[in-house]
Write a new protein. Structure first.
Length: 260
């Protein structure tokens, strides 16, 4: 199969004066994460960093006019590939090892997933194509050789810690379930939540290695009670409080019937 070389690896859309969404359009939805740039007075945030198939720092160079803090909402390979490009790197303490020693499972070909994993992905709504990219980032790229670049956290965070940009302050919410150290970034004064993969407007994955359904149920109850105005998830479009409640209730009805 002949695969084209992409002219440009990242696309972007400005959400408001401070927030820009970047994404990798040539990547299958299963592993196409939302990359959020948040402009601050003294420091910017880069919340999740994609697969690392091409340089995020280079693609976003015109946005990055001050020091940058890269935050990993969790360390699945579609979220941390560009973390090594930034000098300041934040992750939850339970995900520290996964950032330093990435899981060998960083697959771009369906054949490299187990039969059971392919079956589960199809059941929840993610049928896997033979190749999880529709283009290559450069000539000579071999998807079989791809591996997530390791990175070392410069700060470990936990529930209640604050990540400050000078004019904005985001509280760390520990939201386990999808992974042990999944976090969200919550700005109470604006009702803004960057939720990572704790919740997004698509099929939620809770049977991955390290996932825990009981934790996810507790996280859903917590999210459901949060007075959000807007949720910027790890995948798929952003949404408001009504959709958050709908998504949480759907999950709770499936995993904890009668307790939604």
């Amino acid at each position: 199969m002949t695969v084209k070389i992409a002219d440009r690896w990242f696309e972007r859309r400005r959400i408001d004066d401070d927030i820009t969404l970047l994404w990798e359009p040539h990547v299958d939805p299963l592993i196409r994460c939302n990359i959020w740039h948040v402009r601050g007075r003294d420091r910017d945030l880069m919340i999740d960093t994609g697969l690392g198939l091409a340089s995020l720092a280079e693609a976003a160079r015109d946005l990055l006019d001050k020091p940058v803090t890269a935050v990993a909402t969790h360390t699945h390979y579609d979220h941390v590939g560009g973390m090594h490009e930034f000098e300041t790197r934040i992750v939850h303490r339970l995900e520290d090892e996964g950032l330093q020693t990435p899981d060998e499972f960083a697959r771009l070909r369906a054949r490299d997933f187990s039969d059971e994993m392919r079956r589960r992905m199809e059941q929840v709504g993610y049928p896997l194509p033979d190749l999880l990219v529709t283009a290559y980032p450069r000539a000579g790229f071999d998807p079989a050789e791809f591996a997530t670049p390791p990175a070392t956290a410069t700060r470990l965070v936990d529930e209640g810690d604050v990540i400050d940009t000078g004019d904005r302050a985001f509280e760390v919410l520990h939201l386990p379930g999808h992974s042990p150290g999944s976090i969200g970034l919550w700005e109470a004064k604006t009702g803004t939540l960057f939720s990572g993969d704790a919740i997004y407007d698509g099929p939620l994955l809770d049977e991955l290695p390290g996932s825990n359904i009981e934790d996810y149920v507790r996280t859903m109850h917590r999210l459901r009670a949060l007075p959000v105005t807007v949720v910027h998830g790890g995948h798929d479009p952003s949404f408001g409080r009504d959709r958050l409640i709908e998504l949480a209730d759907t999950y709770l009805e499936r995993r904890s019937p009668g307790r939604a």
